[in-house]
Design a protein around this ligand. Structure first.
Ligand SMILES: NC(=O)c1ccc[n+]([C@@H]2O[C@H](COP(=O)([O-])OP(=O)(O)OC[C@H]3O[C@@H](n4cnc5c(N)ncnc54)[C@H](OP(=O)(O)O)[C@@H]3O)[C@@H](O)[C@H]2O)c1
Length: 337
């Protein structure tokens, strides 16, 4: 089978290699991968900034979808032909996060990723692809969509009438907009691009702010909420955006701390406790969260927003495209026919 390998860090060094097709052991299944999607983490993993001590060679990308082609002895959850999606933290099935399960995230060295024609999975580490989604669409879910779900639903306990602030229009934020709107929340979305802001309006965003032309976007949020602030912030920026997110959130509000896209500046914690803000770190989510998300997507007929689909030989181009930040929503690499 063909697989991508990181032998040396750097997008240009990513190579397609021939590997022996693995066979499933007891409790495992062999999946013919049909699609993988990119997360910002993949750019970091391949470039060597995620974990410079990562063991190489390694197969990159954490998120994929495909079809079960062989089952190992004793497998009970799946049959040949089932359409399945990988989970990001393969050992986190239910309940809260733990140090043990955190080590089972795939696609960053410890466990190979999904950018290969076939991959063996433990049967417990997969979820069904929702019927209304293609493999390409399903491949976008394991990291970004589960993270947005965990942030707003599990951690945030979002309800109709809440106000949600999303930062930028990458994978996590676009899923957050879709989930928040389906819950009946009001969404304030930001982006550096007016063109992308037009697109978020078509997803139902109620108010939009260009954070480049309106550098004091926190004030714009307060103006839009009559000085109160939002109930939830989907914080994908980091120290570069967090001080403004804290200003933009309401007293007693919730900030889901997710990303590190902008690590400029410093962070002062005083306003966090003065406003009794609940700041919750999010690390993707469990299989149970993923299954709840899938049920919700079926019920609400939500389809992931895919910006571009690259062919299998276009993975490097896909990574560079993600690095450029020009995308809106998700980027996918098709695997096989
Ligand atoms: N903790 C977790 O479990 C978890 C899970 C998933 C992702 N993450 C992290 O969350 C972040 C987002 O991930 P992603 O996959 O959604 O990334 P992505 O698709 O690469 O998002 C890129 C977009 O983020 C926006 N952005 C960049 N800098 C910004 C800034 N200073 N202020 C506001 N928006 C900014 C830009 O949107 P515009 O072009 O519209 O301006 C850019 O196009 C990354 O740091 C990623 O590593 C963490």
């Amino acid at each position: 089978m063909k697989a991508y390998e990181i032998e040396q860090f750097g997008i240009d060094n990513l190579r397609i290699v021939e590997r022996e097709t693995p066979r499933p052991a007891a409790g495992e299944v062999l999946v013919k991968m049909h699609a993988a999607s990119l997360n910002y983490r993949d750019v970091m993993v391949v470039s060597g900034t995620y974990n410079p001590r990562m063991k190489l060679p390694a197969i990159p990308f954490s998120d994929g979808a495909g079809e079960i082609v062989e089952i190992g002895e004793g497998v009970t959850r799946w049959n040949v032909g089932d359409r399945v999606c990988s989970t990001f933290i393969t050992g986190w099935l239910d309940g809260g996060a733990s140090a043990e399960t955190a080590k089972t995230a795939i696609g960053a060295g410890g466990y190979d990723g999904v950018l290969s024609e076939c991959r063996v999975f433990d049967e417990s580490s997969l979820v069904s692809v929702p019927d209304h989604l293609s493999f390409e669409e399903a491949a976008t879910l394991p990291c970004a969509a589960v993270t947005a779900w965990n942030a707003l639903v599990v951690s945030g306990n979002i309800k109709a009438g809440d106000t949600v602030l999303t930062l930028g229009t990458g994978g996590v934020s676009v899923f957050a907009i879709q989930i928040a709107k389906a819950f009946g929340a009001t969404v304030i979305a930001t982006s550096s691009s007016d063109e992308k802001l037009e697109k978020v309006k078509t997803l139902g965003a109620d108010h939009v702010i260009n954070y480049r032309t309106r550098e004091d976007w926190d004030k714009a949020v307060l103006e839009l909420t009559e000085g109160r602030g939002v109930d939830h912030v989907v914080e994908v920026g980091g120290t570069g955006t967090l001080p403004k997110s804290v200003k933009a959130v309401c007293v007693g509000g919730h900030i889901a701390l997710i990303g590190a896209l902008d690590m400029a500046g410093e962070f002062n914690p005083i306003p966090v406790f003065m406003k009794a803000v609940r700041v919750q770190g999010i690390f993707v989510g469990s299989r149970a969260m993923f299954e709840d998300l899938n049920n919700f997507m079926v019920k609400e007929n939500i389809k992931p927003v895919i910006d571009r689909i690259f062919g299998f030989d276009g993975a490097k181009e896909a990574l560079r495209y993600m690095e450029s930040g020009s995308h809106f929503g998700k980027i996918v690499v098709k695997i096989g026919e």
